[in-house]
Design a protein around this ligand. Structure first.
Ligand code: ZN
Length: 308
């Protein structure tokens, strides 16, 4: 299959009340592990890289690897730029072959966010690429994205924002948080705010960032083999499953994959101290990622068997 933009993927997700996992990758190993889970579960999937991942691996390399693997797949795959901060970030991704881009101008004021988002939408749409934007502020830290408090998305502003930018999907702030240490107390998603946004924008695909659940069995596995992740916590999966029944069509997962890959790698290296075969320990990390992605697809996002 060829790469898909988000349009039909989100249409199906809205109509059938599931969400599509958007999983971050930085190299071939993580990418292959994610795509294997999607193919096995006959699920649509979004793979995404941040500008940091692009700096690490190179944009041409990343796109070439994705396109090459996807050409042999039967499920729809969308390649997204995660947190583009400038018009140039997004233009470079469109030109390189991404099928969806996110412009995150949420740190700008409302009018400047609209102006920059609109500029990206015009360029991307003219190349059949769809666009995600963000309104509101998420707590936590994700690479260059940082904010020390969470400001929920204003539903009335969201309606105006979408009308004036023509954006295809919107990342909303309803209490999720970037990073591996999301909360001091109990996690709480503002479902009342979500319902209010849906009332204003009944047909708009919504996106949750910072939505890793930090599976404690993976944390324990990593810690058993030497990792130090004290206090790592995430969004409970039942809350994410509930959000999927709303208009949330895309749920971002990054930290969960980092933890599970690290856990698999650490276990293998500890148990096989004489091994220096890169393929063997990488495979151990990849297997943990495939397991976690399969679980999300099957039991949390409910996108299993939704590829057709
Ligand atoms: Zn994010």
């Amino acid at each position: 299959m060829e790469l898909q933009n988000s349009k039909q993927l989100f249409r199906n997700a809205l109509d059938r009340h599931y969400a599509i996992g958007a999983f971050n990758f930085v190299n071939m190993e993580v990418l292959k592990a994610i795509l294997q889970a999607a193919e096995e579960n006959k699920s649509p999937v979004i793979v995404q890289c941040s500008t940091g991942a692009i700096k690490y691996a190179g944009i041409k390399t990343l796109v070439a690897i994705v396109k090459s693997i996807v050409s042999d797949m039967t499920v729809p795959v969308c390649l997204n730029l995660d947190h583009g901060k400038t018009f140039e970030d997004c233009k470079n991704a469109v030109d390189a072959g991404f099928s969806n881009v996110m412009i995150d101008a949420s740190s700008l004021n409302f009018e400047d966010n609209i102006a920059l988002t609109k500029q990206v939408v015009e360029y991307a749409h003219s190349h059949n690429v769809t666009v995600e934007a963000e309104l509101g502020v998420l707590a936590g830290i994700e690479e260059d994205v940082s904010a020390n408090k969470s400001i929920y998305t204003d539903p009335i502003q969201a309606k105006e924002f979408v009308a004036r930018t023509g954006v295809d999907s919107l990342a909303v702030a309803i209490g999720t948080s970037h990073g591996t240490h999301k909360f001091k107390g109990k996690a709480e998603l503002a479902f009342d705010v979500l319902a209010e946004i849906e009332k204003q924008l009944p047909d708009l695909p919504l996106v949750l960032h910072g939505a890793s659940s930090i599976p404690q069995e993976e944390v324990k596995l990593a810690e058993k083999y030497g990792a130090k992740l004290t206090g790592a916590n995430g969004i409970p999966e039942d809350m994410l499953a509930k959000a999927c029944k709303h208009n949330v069509c895309k749920i971002n997962v990054d930290s969960d994959l980092k933890i599970s890959y690290t856990a698999g790698l650490r276990k293998y290296l500890t148990e096989n101290p004489d091994n220096v075969d890169i393929r063997k320990y990488s495979t151990a990390g990849m297997e943990e990622i495939t397991k976690v992605v399969s679980h999300k697809i099957s039991n949390v996002f409910c996108s299993k068997n939704m590829a057709n």
